[in-house]
Design a protein around this ligand. Sequence first.
Ligand SMILES: [Mn+2]
Length: 319
Amino acid sequence: MENIFKLLSQWNDEIILTTHANPDWDAIASLKCMSSILKRYDASHQIFWDGKIPAKATEILPEAQLARQVEDGANMLLLILDTDDIKRIPKVLINIQFSKTIFIDHHNPVQQNTNGAIRYINSQASSTSEILTEYLFNHPEYYEPANAIWLYLGMYSDTGGFRFSKTRAKTLEMASWLMHSISDISLVDTCLYQDKEPADILFLKGFYGNVHFFFDNRLASTVISLAEIQELADSLNSPSDNLDSLLQVREVKIAMMIRELSENSCKVYLRSKPGFEIIPLLHALGGGGHPHAGGATLQMSLHEAEEFMKEKIRSTLLQ
Ligand SMILES: [Mn+2]
């Protein structure tokens, strides 16, 4: 980590700062915090993001832009936060040859050949926000107290409110340190729990209407066809978050939602309880995520995908 920050502080050319597509609050907080540090270094940088972005995030990071083609990356440094998977960054950046590429992330590593990239991966950390907070804790000269609320929100959301298994003593120590600079903690509620669109509520009709339980209630599964959400699709905010409510059923270990993308492709979303790590299965299917939350795209019809996934889950996870 020290080496990475040393390199950044000495970098004379442009830095492109980015994160995974559809940035979550951990990604947004990390971009915000890293941008403040780069400003302190007087390092010229642009923030690129892509996909679905929470409404409030554009207020927090007004300088962030939708990712666009870079003419010549040869002198540029690409700094990627909150993923170690080059396939998850904005598509227009994937095939550009940058002078240097740096990843800072907390997910369990996805093994990939990204020649010569510098990686700081701390899989023990709850979030990228936690990693950056720890750096600032040790280097308070770069700390921007106004960012405390966003870093707290990043940690809070990636840990489901300090409940998920990656929550450790260090997480709470860092959160508690940030609290000294937070004047209005209710922003957490505003950003995370009062951010829905009417479409998000209407979506629940199909979501709950199609739930079935399998394998002695250890799998809860729901499917959403294109027709069911046609009019809602554009306004939906992370509908897979609703899977958490299926895990509230005592016997359920795995919750699954399959969403039809076209006649022959579907997106599978999985969530699971501790002791049931879904990530090896998702990696095997070409997808990714966290040990207990993630997804993959399958080239199958909705019905085929559900049968296929039920069998995979039964044979690999529910033995
Ligand atoms: Mn994260």
